[in-house]
Structures are given as structure tokens and as C-alpha cells.
Design a binder for this molecule. Structure first.
Ligand SMILES: [Zn+2]
Length: 174
């Protein structure tokens, strides 16, 4: 299961003592043979937000940056250290779309891999269906170049970049 870009392979020097004896310890961690330090590659928490219009179309964004620059995505992003998923939703939706969330309903979680700087990060995307105060003032900003409501079809999913986001849209809309 371990590809060349997985952190188990990429991180070859111990981040604690700097020696070059940092090798896979189990499926989830590397261990330093010099100082005994064990580092676990835990999944990072991320949020994916479903916002619908009256016609049951889904608000998708176009990614400004890699991975998946130019592909469609659900609004959302990584949860910061010591931040709640709920706060991350409020923050990301304000940053990307200039919208204010009024209600959040948790739907489920979807694992993903995220290639950034030649290293794979494992993520767990938490999906929430949300409502907003108003769509007035909606604007694509920050790490998105465009936002629009779409009817979800299998054909449209070809333009969606992340596997987890395809799975989310397939599960709830197809
Ligand atoms: Zn070490």
C-alpha cells in the first residue's frame, strides 16, 4: 500500500535527531533507529461543505492551485490545529465565498489522499450540509477562482479533482 510519495518513504531522516535511520515501523509510523523516536502519519481533518440552491443544485468551486488546479471542488479545506470542524467551515466559507453559514448538518466522512510538494497527506474529509444567510455578495476568493451551482451528473464528476469529493457527490446526488 506504500507508494513512493507516501511519507513513510519520503521522510528518510529523523525529524527529532536528524540522523538517517528513519524507516517504516508499521503501516502508520516510522521509527528512528538512532534515538528511538516514533512518528505517526495521522490523517489530517478537512471539511467539505454542501450548499444547495432552491433547485437542488450544488455550489462547487474551481480550484486556483494544485493539487487539481482548475478542477471542480466542494468548498471547504483543512481544519487548523486546535480548531473545531464547525469553526473551519465558518472560516473557509467566508474566505472562499464571502458567505455566512447559518446551519450545519453532519452527513458523513470520506478518506482521501492529497499530494502536496511531492508528499502524500492522508486526509479525512468531514461532510456537512449547510445553509447560508443569503447568497448576496457571494464571490470566489482566496484559493478558488470561480463558484457556481451545478446539477450533479456522472459527466460533471469527470471535472471534479479529488476522489473523496467525487465519492461525496455520487453518494448524495446520484
Ligand atoms: Zn532520531
Amino acid at each position: 500500500m506504500c507508494t513512493e510519495s507516501y511519507p513513510q518513504r519520503v521522510l528518510r531522516y529523523c525529524p527529532r535527531c536528524g540522523k538517517g535511520h528513519f524507516s517504516p515501523y508499521n503501516d502508520k509510523a516510522n521509527k528512528c533507529d538512532a534515538c528511538g523516536f516514533v512518528f505517526y502519519f495521522n490523517a489530517a481533518t478537512a471539511v467539505a461543505v454542501i450548499i444547495k440552491d432552491k433547485e437542488n443544485r450544488v455550489l462547487l468551486t474551481t480550484r486556483a492551485f494544485n493539487p487539481g488546479k482548475g478542477t471542480l471542488d466542494l468548498p471547504g479545506g483543512f481544519v487548523d490545529p486546535l480548531e473545531s470542524a464547525e469553526h473551519a467551515i465558518d472560516r473557509e466559507i467566508k474566505e472562499e465565498l464571502n458567505l455566512t453559514i447559518t446551519e450545519k448538518k453532519y452527513l458523513g466522512s470520506f478518506p482521501n489522499t492529497y499530494l502536496y510538494g511531492d508528499v502524500v497527506y492522508f486526509t479525512c474529509d468531514l461532510v456537512f450540509e449547510c445553509t447560508v444567510e443569503t447568497f448576496e455578495g457571494m464571490q470566489a476568493k482566496d484559493d478558488v477562482t470561480h463558484c457556481e451551482f451545478y446539477t450533479i451528473t456522472e459527466k460533471l464528476l469527470e471535472n471534479v479533482g479529488a476522489t473523496s469529493i467525487k465519492n461525496i457527490l455520487r453518494k448524495y446526488f446520484l
